[in-house]
Write a protein that binds this ligand. Sequence first.
Ligand SMILES: Cc1cc2nc3c(=O)[nH]c(=O)nc-3n(C[C@H](O)[C@H](O)[C@H](O)COP(=O)(O)OP(=O)(O)OC[C@H]3O[C@@H](n4cnc5c(N)ncnc54)[C@H](O)[C@@H]3O)c2cc1C
Length: 496
Amino acid sequence: MNRYDVVVIGSGMGGLTCGAMLAKEGMQVCVVEKNPVIGGCLQSFRRAGRTLDTGIHYVGSLREGQTLHQYLKYLGILPELHIEPLDPAGFDIIHLAGRTFRHAGGFDRFAETLAADFPGERSGIRNYCNLLRRIGSLIAPDVLRSGRLSAGGLEYLGISAAATIDSLVTDPLLRSVLAGSAPLYGGRRDVSPLYHHAMINHSNIEGACCFVGGTQQIADALARRIRTAGGEIRTCARATRMKLSGNRIHCVELNDGAEQIEARWIISDIAPSVTFSLLESTPLIRSSFLKRLQNMPNTCGLFTLHLLPRAGTIPYQNRNHYFYGTTDVWGDGSLSEDRISMALLCMQPARDKRYADVVTLLVPMSFGSVARWLGTRPEHRGPDYEAFKAAFAEKTLRFVENFMPGLSDSAACIHTSTPLSYFDYTATPEGAAYGLQKDFKHPVSSLIPVRSRIENLLLTGQNLNVHGMLGVTVSAAVTCSELLGETYLAKKIGHA
Ligand SMILES: Cc1cc2nc3c(=O)[nH]c(=O)nc-3n(C[C@H](O)[C@H](O)[C@H](O)COP(=O)(O)OP(=O)(O)OC[C@H]3O[C@@H](n4cnc5c(N)ncnc54)[C@H](O)[C@@H]3O)c2cc1C
């Protein structure tokens, strides 16, 4: 039986980052991934000669001196990544009420751009920016250099994002513009905490970028770091059971018992409810605890439509578009199959950057819309599923063409996926795009701790705190700090 210092279950951003950090710090690491290809939501795939991304389309804080940049510098993968800054004059364009508004890069430009549209709200916009800066600075490189991964701020988890915006500015349209990228975190008026809104918007305003050539490059670069440091990555290796000896996991069983691997520590990058369902039954984990995990609400899923334009037909724009058919950008969790009220559009450039290689449309979709096909196999779900996807794709294109007429005329082909694809592919409950829903009304119970009553089991990944590339990277450091020490790790990252 193989024995490691650490076995990491799942090779998403969270699992690979933990693997790379621990291997870099001298631990014997093995990452096990159920799929043939590593990466989870970082995975890219090829269709008609183009690279399509599954889960990360743009990311913030990636400029020199910013938080995510500092983490990637420590991990040593920056030279291998093809990072492209999004347009600082407007990285997100918010289409609302027949007008367009820009989220510009850099806080001064962000404030001035919106103040030009809403001159009477200049001081409220400034206050909004100052608040985001205050919250974003809690995980800044300076904090790392002082020996901490975070300087606190969890009180912002118990504050409503929507109510805070409403208290800062008075124009209802501006309130919606400030919350315009809410779908990036499954934003809902009744639940979304200020902490998540602020961390994500702060990082994007600081330095929104995309990855040219697909996000698989991030997974591959992290995998190279793990292997170079002597670690192992095993694909087609599904963790199917965790066997206990007292209050410790004795071994992880792979592929229904085909193999067992031992480690001093187990880190799980998969959803908490799935993680604990893999444990042998033990009085340490009460059934009420398991039930609570299973009943925690998830964020919505996303319908993804990749449109592959005929060569040279759609000029590349290095910005994203949030299209709204309503003036209230906050979803309330009730998503209709029949009525599309928002879509996010992102582009991937062709090699010469003049034209788009891929146009991606993301539309919130509830798992209920596809639950009837649960249990079917990807690519073999039957003609009614294909018809459902085709009809929803048609509705999506019709909705987006209200803002970008003629878009579908340029399509050479279209590829779509639903929350069911993510459910099957990453084992994320309900195919939730951003994992568990955080609720400002229940800030403590929506937080998932790194540790549990199983002594050598640590959790990581998007469910712990903030999802997305930045949130998951910071959470990976929090997980690894349990083994390496917070002061040591934070200083190493901060001084990289
Ligand atoms: C459509 C979409 C668009 C998004 N857009 C953005 C964006 O633009 N910017 C951004 O920052 N974030 C975005 N996100 C969110 C971001 O992708 C996620 O928060 C993040 O990638 C999650 O990483 P993770 O490591 O927590 O989980 P995952 O990526 O889900 O990784 C979990 C891994 O565990 C594996 N696994 C599961 N069960 C087992 C098992 N039993 N044994 C072994 N392996 C197992 C899975 O196969 C998977 O590889 C988006 C998400 C979606 C779905």
